[in-house]
Structures are given as structure tokens and as C-alpha cells.
Ligand binder design. Structure first.
Ligand SMILES: Nc1nc2c(ncn2[C@@H]2O[C@H](COP(=O)(O)OP(=O)(O)OP(=O)(O)O)[C@@H](O)[C@H]2O)c(=O)[nH]1
Ligand SMILES: [Mg+2]
Length: 304
């Protein structure tokens, strides 16, 4: 069995080699000059931390350098590592219903990885001995239902679906009812990422959220926003829209393995104030890790 740290290191190889690898080469045995700060700031922005966070980190490191009288830029590596780590202080906790079943809604823009994450989460819950049921509430795209059905067959998880173009709220409602009737512990509902307009999508998601609460008071117990880390700072704007419409309780980051700019993680944590719960490090069902700040930092700074 590979340990957590090596899975993260492998998954984050792109980020550690490109974005943070350049930071490592910048921080060599050279004198700290004004240029060092400019270059470091530019590299942090390129790594997708966002301008505000990059500027803030530079300010902190500058103060630290003055206080400690650091002269060589390689002396900044530890300080940068500690600074990055401190920005991910809180570890997100998965909170579900006190007694089963728990209803989890997966939301996010199209292509962010909702359906794949549903499969990964399904596999994870199954491995914990839980009974899982899927709801295919993306009725907008016929292929979306089929995709979830393929996963359902592979994992032997029942999938509740409706007719194409049918009401996603009704599918969600039926899924919760079926989950209760079949004694499921976890009811995972996959939703659409695209409709005719963003406004329609948000309205629909709000309705799905309301309707599952009618099928089971207290539901949904979790609304997880699935975010593609390869889309950069754009994803933040989209995330705010979801946060305003539905009660997002946590974030699942996907495609960290294909992103070269893992700095998004800091931006998401700081700008959205939402706990990061899971991270996708590949396309297979086992490639979903509980978000581990230490393993993440170690992974992105492997070149340090
Ligand atoms: N490398 C990598 N690929 C991923 C990861 N998560 C999802 N993908 C891929 O991203 C693509 C889109 O994933 P989906 O799960 O279909 O995304 P979705 O949010 O359901 O998309 P829509 O249903 O169109 O809204 C697929 O090709 C997945 O295999 C990940 O963590 N790593
Ligand atoms: Mg999908």
C-alpha cells in the first residue's frame, strides 16, 4: 500500500515541478534583492494563489527577513513553507446526518468532475461498509445519466434516474425516497453543471435542495462544491455564485494531478472560507484523498 504522502507527491508532481519548482530555483544561494521579491511575487501569482494572497505573503516574508536579518534567498524557503502551511490551518471535517441516511448533493460547473467524484465517493463509502444510492439529477444531458449508470454498474450502486428533460427536483425526491426505502446510509445526488443560463441552473439547484428537504427533513446534510483546479482563478467567481444560491458546506478539489498551479487551494480556502474536504488526484475511483494540508504542502514543495 502506498502511503498518503507518496500519493500526494505523485499526484502533485506537475505543480511541484512547474509552478513551485520555479520558486525553488529562484530561492538559491543568492542575495535577497528587490528583484527577488518581484520575481517571487510573480511566481506565486503564476502558481494561481491570486494577487491579494501573493502580495500578502511577500509582505509577511519581507517583515520576517528584516526581523531575522536574513540575507540569502534560500533562507526564505522554510519561512515560505511555514507561511503557506499556516494558510491552510483548518482541516475540514465531513459532517453528515446523526443517523442514516445522509443526503449529499454534488454541485459545480460542467466538467468540474461531479460525476467522477460521485463515483469516487461512492467507492469510498462502500469500502467503509456503507450502503450507497446514487441519484442522477442531471436530466439536462442524456449522457450524464448514462455516465452515472456506468459507474453504478461497476460499483454495484443503484442509480435512480428520470426521463430525459424531466424535473431534476423529482429525481432528487425519488432518490431520497428510494434511499430511505432501501435502507441506504448515503444518498449521493449528482446534479447538472450547465443549463440554458446560469440563472436557470442556480434556480434548479435551489429547488433540488428544497425538495430533498421535503423528502427527508434536515436534508441535504451536505452540499459539496466540486471545483476544477485547472481552471484557475475563474473557478472562484463561479464558486461564489454557487455559495450564494445553495448552502455549500465544503469543497472537493479535482484534477490536482493535471493542474500545474496548485496555488488555487490557498485562494479557495481564503476567498471562499469553505472547508476543503477532498482532493481528486486522478481519474480512478481510488484517486480521491481526504484533504491533508501537510501532505499537500509537502507535495507542492517537493522541489524545495
Ligand atoms: N486527471 C483527473 N481527471 C479528473 C478528475 N476528476 C474528474 N476528472 C475528469 O474530468 C472529466 C469531467 O468529469 P465529470 O465527472 O464528467 O465532470 P462533471 O462535473 O460531472 O461534468 P458535467 O456532468 O458535464 O457537468 C472526466 O474526463 C473525468 O475523468 C481528477 O481528479 N483528475
Ligand atoms: Mg456529470
Amino acid at each position: 500500500m502506498t502511503d498518503t504522502f507518496s500519493r500526494w507527491r505523485d499526484g502533485l508532481a506537475k505543480t511541484s515541478k512547474s509552478a513551485f519548482g520555479r520558486v525553488a530555483s529562484l530561492l538559491g544561494a543568492t542575495e535577497i534583492t528587490a528583484e527577488t521579491w518581484d520575481d517571487l511575487e510573480a511566481l506565486l501569482i503564476q502558481a494561481d494563489l491570486g494577487i491579494a494572497i501573493a502580495t500578502d505573503i511577500i509582505e509577511t516574508l519581507r517583515g520576517y527577513t528584516r526581523d531575522l536579518g536574513l540575507l540569502r534567498s534560500d533562507e526564505l524557503k522554510d519561512a515560505l513553507q511555514a507561511e503557506l502551511r499556516s494558510r491552510l490551518d483548518e482541516v475540514g471535517e465531513v459532517t453528515l446526518a446523526e443517523s442514516p441516511p445522509s443526503v449529499i448533493l454534488l454541485v459545480g460547473v460542467n466538467g468540474s468532475g461531479k460525476t467522477t467524484s460521485a463515483a469516487k465517493l461512492g467507492a469510498r463509502f462502500l469500502s467503509q461498509g456503507k450502503k450507497v444510492i446514487f441519484g442522477a439529477a442531471d436530466t439536462f444531458r442524456a449522457a450524464a445519466v448514462e455516465q452515472l449508470q456506468v459507474w453504478g454498474q461497476r460499483l454495484q450502486i443503484d442509480v435512480i434516474s428520470g426521463q430525459p428533460e424531466s424535473d431534476p427536483g423529482a429525481v432528487a425526491y425519488n432518490t431520497v425516497q428510494a434511499g430511505i426505502a432501501r435502507g441506504a446510509d448515503i444518498i449521493l445526488i449528482d446534479t447538472a453543471g450547465r443549463l440554458h443560463t446560469r440563472f436557470n441552473l442556480m434556480q434548479e439547484l435551489e429547488k433540488v435542495e428544497r425538495v430533498v428537504g421535503k423528502a427527508l427533513p434536515g436534508a441535504p446534510h451536505a452540499v459539496w462544491l466540486v471545483m476544477d483546479t485547472t481552471t484557475g482563478q475563474n473557478a472562484l467567481q463561479q464558486a461564489r455564485a454557487f455559495k450564494e444560491s445553495v448552502g455549500v458546506t465544503g469543497v472537493i478539489l479535482t484534477k490536482l494531478d493535471s493542474s500545474a498551479r496548485g496555488g488555487m487551494v490557498f485562494a479557495i480556502r481564503q476567498e471562499l472560507g469553505l472547508p476543503i474536504l477532498f482532493a481528486g488526484l486522478g481519474e480512478r475511483t481510488e484517486d480521491l484523498e481526504i484533504f491533508d494540508p501537510d501532505a499537500f504542502i509537502e507535495g507542492i514543495l517537493a522541489a524545495f
